[in-house]
Design a protein around this ligand. Structure first.
Ligand code: MOS
Length: 673
């Protein structure tokens, strides 16, 4: 199906958070810390308050009331302590955005700065083992005797890989309008990946009962994880609206988004692989180093894919974290799997070369019978099917593995591949279905963040009701609708679809209306390892004189359960692969070690892959039936597309040039070095 709201979007009728009208609306602008660590000595707002149009200044000088339970990320203006450069330390409310920004330049904040530390390094004395890694995995795991496995290996790899800080850059910036009614209830028009969770987090921060808060977000211009948790702009809007006694809008600038909406932690990953002469793994060790802020412990689950992928009799994974004077990392498309699989799949390529084996064949030989870490049976796997089908379609069979041999004009040409994986989970959700206007209406507080969720749920409901999609209207993006889980973790379709199918079935029984809650169903999701898998293939052309890398061909073949809508699925998968291409070649945020904070904070200096970088890119899927997942038999597709792409490109760069680049992104400078 084409997207139901597609016409509204391209004609500008679809309304985003910042675009809602309100009488007497005012504007707030976030003022950011100029130091990376220290204390605010004073805030002098008197001059600013005298400026034309300025309504209020919010800061720690007079802390606005917030709940003591507010997350430190959202507890605006409650403390004089500064945790990172770019932290929001004041807010200016004015009649116009221009007046607020003009006042920001005049606001005098003085700091008692302290020395800061913003650099992740493998010998950092502050490294420690967190109690768990996200969302609730053990920090370290060990099975079998890895030392014996490594010692017995005929072939082995010991290599360290690094991925940089990366930032989500949704097209729609983080923006909100907050409106308090006379009775003290709050409505927030927000750009969020989940209206229900956003409502709960805003209510908790403000110390309100959740019923007193409503979040409205029918259209969201991308999130990728950065809108999966409430960000401070929404709290600033609520506090500013309370202070001004008027509705208030806040939009973060692109630069501010880099500082306060989260980022993917940089990682340093050591991979040790041992294999017997036939390439069968004898040991796999994956040790990860990453960072968090001093405010909140965020421990990315980077080594978890190594617990899932290959049949190693001895397997060890570890995560170590250091708390630096930096913004708190957060979710970015396929957190954990995406950086972790760059390292594991690069190492597997190195092992294939060391063992004299084809890299596709190496992976097939290490296919496990059950999930290696847990021993659980897979609900379905089909990685081998993806590898074989991808190899066939890509034309892998006649590949000469020797590097640096193929040349066309000034270009060195190479091909590479990597595997993909991402968990297939679901979360409890509620939905209702009812007859309406000769058709049906389905209600659920799901989020369509540009994925096509509204359209997918319409198809799911139509099938459950045995009717055509044009007779079904899906209402989503509003916390007043039945509570639903986030658009995150590739769990949206699976979680919401389960509730929608159940509500539709209840309605068919009742005749007029049905209501569903999948909390109990989700509790039954045990006993199987549930993951999606895939195989990615890349062709690269490298100019050895300039170091330029082009990627004329990218192919992904995925095993993602039943595909609900082919158009939407292909968009999600090639979108993920395009983001993976950016990860491979471009995306990197640099810390300013002198001053703290990020150096490159806009789209001129933080490069993402755009249409001109993408040439022949395609994604397909193999037929997969998996009755263990949910009523639709669907796995998530939002994230797996980015997993493995960067390794496939890096492996192809090695094949083209003979140069192994283990730290992303693969820039011209690194090729030429
Ligand atoms: Mo996605 S990083 O799970 O929002």
């Amino acid at each position: 199906m084409n997207r139901i709201e597609g016409r509204d979007k391209v004609t500008g009728r679809a309304r985003y958070a910042y675009e809602y009208p309100a009488d007497g609306v005012a504007y707030a602008y976030a003022v950011q810390s100029g130091v990376a660590r220290g204390r605010i000595a004073s805030v002098d707002a008197l001059g600013v308050l005298a400026m034309p149009g300025v309504l209020a200044v919010l800061s720690c000088a007079e802390p606005p009331a917030l709940s003591a339970d507010a997350s430190p990320e959202l507890a605006l203006f409650q403390t004089r302590d500064v945790a990172y450069r770019g932290q929001i330390v004041a807010g200016i409310v004015a009649e116009t955005l221009e007046a607020a920004r003009a006042a920001e330049r005049e606001l005098r904040i003085s700091y008692e700065a302290e020395p800061h530390d913003v650099r992740l390094r493998p010998d950092h004395p502050g490294l420690y083992a967190p109690d768990k890694v996200n969302p609730n995995f053990p920090t370290d795991t060990e099975k079998g005797d890895v030392n014996a496995g490594l010692a017995a290996a005929a072939v082995s790899i010991d290599a360290t890989y690094a991925t940089p800080t990366q930032h989500n850059n949704p097209m729609e910036p983080h923006a909100a309008m907050a409106v308090w009614d006379a009775g003290g209830a709050l409505t927030v028009y927000d750009s969020t990946q989940g209206a229900s969770a956003d409502r709960d987090m805003i209510a908790a921060a403000l110390g309100l009962a959740p019923e007193r808060v409503r979040v409205v977000s029918p259209h969201v211009g991308g999130g990728f994880g950065s809108k999966g948790t409430t960000r401070p702009h929404a709290i600033l809007a609520a506090l500013a609206a309370r202070a001004a006694g008027r509705p208030v809008k806040v939009a973060l600038t692109r630069q501010q988004m880099f500082d306060v909406t989260g980022y993917r932690t940089p990682t340093i990953q050591r991979l040790r692989l041992g294999a017997d002469p036939e390439g069968r793994l004898t040991a796999l060790v994956h040790d990860v180093i990453e960072q968090s802020s001093t405010l909140v412990e965020f421990a990315e689950q980077t080594a978890t894919p190594s617990r899932v992928m290959y049949a190693a009799p001895a397997l060890r994974t570890t995560h170590r974290l250091v708390r630096l004077d930096v913004p708190t990392p957060s979710w970015m498309r396929a957190p954990g799997e995406c950086p972790g699989m760059f390292a594991l799949e690069s190492a597997m390529d190195e092992l294939a070369i060391a063992a004299g084996l084809d890299p596709v064949e190496l992976r097939v030989r290490n296919e496990p019978d059950t999930e290696p870490e847990s021993g659980l049976p897979f609900s379905s796997r089909n990685l081998v099917g993806c590898l074989r089908e991808g190899a066939r379609r890509f034309g892998w069979d006649h590949r000469d593995p020797r590097p640096g041999l193929r040349q066309e004009g000034r270009w060195l040409i190479g091909t590479g591949m990597a595997a993909s994986t991402y968990p297939a989970r679901r979360r409890p959700s509620q939905a209702t279905a009812a007859t309406a206007d000769g058709g049906f209406v389905v209600r659920i507080a799901a989020a369509d963040i540009g994925t096509g969720a509204r359209t997918a749920l319409t198809r799911i409901a139509a099938q459950a009701l045995d009717t055509s999609a044009d007779r079904v209207r899906v209402e989503l993006g509003d916390s007043a609708l039945p509570t639903a889980s986030l658009a995150g973790g590739s769990m949206g379709t699976s979680s919401w679809g389960s509730a929608v199918v159940k509500a539709c079935e209840a309605m068919l029984k009742d005749g007029h209306s049905g209501r569903a809650d999948t909390t109990e169903d989700v509790k039954g999701d045990t006993g199987f390892a549930r993951h999606a898998f895939g195989a990615q293939f890349a062709e690269v052309w490298v100019d050895p004189a300039t170091g330029e890398v082009r990627v004329p061909r990218l192919l992904g073949v995925f095993a993602v359960g039943r595909v609900i809508d082919e158009t939407l699925a292909r968009s999600q998968l090639i979108g993920g692969m395009t983001m993976g291409l950016g990860m491979a070649l471009m995306e990197e945020t640099e810390m300013d070690e002198e001053a703290g904070g990020f150096l490159n904070r806009d789209l001129a200096q933080y490069h993402v892959a755009a249409c001109a970088d993408v040439q022949d890119i395609d994604a397909m899927w193999i037929d997969e039936e998996d009755g263990h997942l949910n009523p639709m038999g669907a796995k998530g597709i939002g994230e797996i597309g980015i997993v493995g792409t960067a390794a496939a490109v890096a492996n192809a760069v090695y094949h083209a040039t003979g140069r192994r680049i283990r730290d992303l992104p693969i820039t011209p400078a690194k090729i030429l070095d």
